[in-house]
Design a protein around this ligand. Structure first.
Ligand code: NAD
Ligand code: WQD
Length: 339
């Protein structure tokens, strides 16, 4: 199939492009580069040995998408494009709602007009809100605690209403848990623009000497060692989850919803130890107060994806640490290293 990846120059999309091409699919990428670098697309070309069709433009602009669909015979879309920083979304709610919802609505309108009705959507475990019952299954109550999460929940709702109204649509909502790691080649990986908010990119920068010390947000949770527990998923496994979703998109009409996670929880201190093993030395950290809005424990029940999509996460957190460290060493300043 020929698959359009919106947000195609981003962290998860570039890894997905590599895996889709490896499985015989064609890809077309569109991205406005608000949180990515064109070098990422050149790296995908290096890994795959293919020339990639890449359009720079905003998915909220109908002219951009109409041009993309006019130039390429698209069979299905994976919609990654969106702003994703939780803290920033609280400070700039209108920017998040405008960008994430406009991009979604414009994409669906152009797809409908073109008669392309196969869509995979990047959703998030954030739609489970403060749900503390684990493992999390897809039927658990939804709720949100920040504007970013609200854009994901509204996105799911828009797509569900669309499928209810028009039975030709085949839509898969993928709720990612915590993606980490990098491609084993060391050529593509996570490249945050500013100081990272998330644990693994932060830890990677501490290991690379770019940041002095990791702050561990609280060690008084009711968990194995008092620190927060999450379901960290290697980005290559996550990318293969998209290939599985695309390969099963014709199975049934309507909306399918799947958690993509490992089903295993890892604490912050366990994550630090794993990264230390990859680097071969200890890493500086200090325990500070809890981060507002954090929950103690969150991990997926990934059974539905295994049953319906035949997908399971295969990599360990140690694998992801080794790959993230390889990426950091080869690209100390991310994609800017190359330019
Ligand atoms: P990313 O920022 O690396 O990728 C998103 C890409 O979308 C970026 O390249 C950005 O430039 C582009 N973009 C944003 N708005 C756009 C627009 N209007 N038009 C065109 N391009 C636009 O982030 P990622 O981690 O690869 O995330 C991809 C998707 O997965 C996002 O929708 C994100 O919300 C979702 N997600 C990410 C995580 C995570 O922890 N990384 C977890 C759950 C869900
Ligand atoms: C993980 C653990 C922190 C940073 C977020 C979004 C979620 C999804 C994935 C997009 C927690 C602790 C972190 C640090 C720390 N994104 N931590 N020091 O919060 O589970 O999920 O990213 O959809 O929506 O909310 O991930 O990596 O920020 O935190 O101690 O410097 O690491 O307290 O226990 P989170 P995270």
């Amino acid at each position: 199939m020929r698959i359009l990846l919106t947000g195609g120059a981003g962290y998860i999309a570039t890894h997905t492009a590599v895996e889709l091409i490896a499985q015989g699919h064609d890809v077309v990428l569109v991205d406005n580069l608000v949180n990515s670098h064109p070098e990422a697309v050149r790296r995908v070309e290096r890994i795959t040995g293919r020339t990639i069709a890449f359009h720079v433009g905003d998915c909220a602009d109908p002219e951009v998408l109409e041009k993309v669909f006019a130039e390429h015979e698209i069979d299905a879309v994976v919609h990654f494009a969106g702003l994703k920083a939780v803290g920033e979304s609280t400070a700039q709610p209108l920017r998040y709602y405008r960008n994430n919802l406009d991009a979604m609505l414009t994409l669906c309108e152009v797809m409908e007009a073109r008669g392309v009705r196969r869509l995979v959507f990047s959703s998030s475990a954030t739609v489970y809100g403060a749900c503390e019952q684990v493992p999390i299954t897809e039927d658990m109550p939804l709720g949100v605690t920040n504007p970013y999460g609200a854009t994901k929940l509204f996105g799911e709702r828009i797509l569900t209403d669309l499928a209810d109204a028009s039975p030709d649509w085949h839509i898969t909502l993928l709720r990612y848990f915590n993606p980490i790691g990098a491609h084993p080649s060391g050529l593509i990986g996570e490249d945050p623009n500013d100081v990272p908010n998330n644990l693994f990119p932060y830890l990677t920068k501490v290991a690379g000497g770019k940041l002095p010390v990791l702050r561990v947000y609280g060690d008084d949770y009711d968990t194995v060692d008092g620190t927060g527990v999450r379901d960290y998923l290697h980005v290559v496994d996550l990318a293969r989850g998209h290939v599985a979703a695309i390969d099963h998109i014709d199975d049934r009409a309507g909306v399918g919803v799947y958690n993509l996670g490992t089903g295993r929880g890892t604490s912050v201190l366990e994550a630090v130890r794993a990264f230390e093993r990859a680097v071969g030395r200890s890493l500086p950290y200090e325990v500070v107060a809890r981060r507002p809005g954090d929950i103690a424990t969150c991990y997926a029940a990934p059974d539905a994806a295994r049953r319906d999509l035949g997908w399971t996460a295969l990599h360990t957190v140690d694998d992801a640490c080794e790959d993230a460290w390889r990426w950091q060493q080869a690209n100390p300043d991310g994609y800017r290293t190359a330019t």
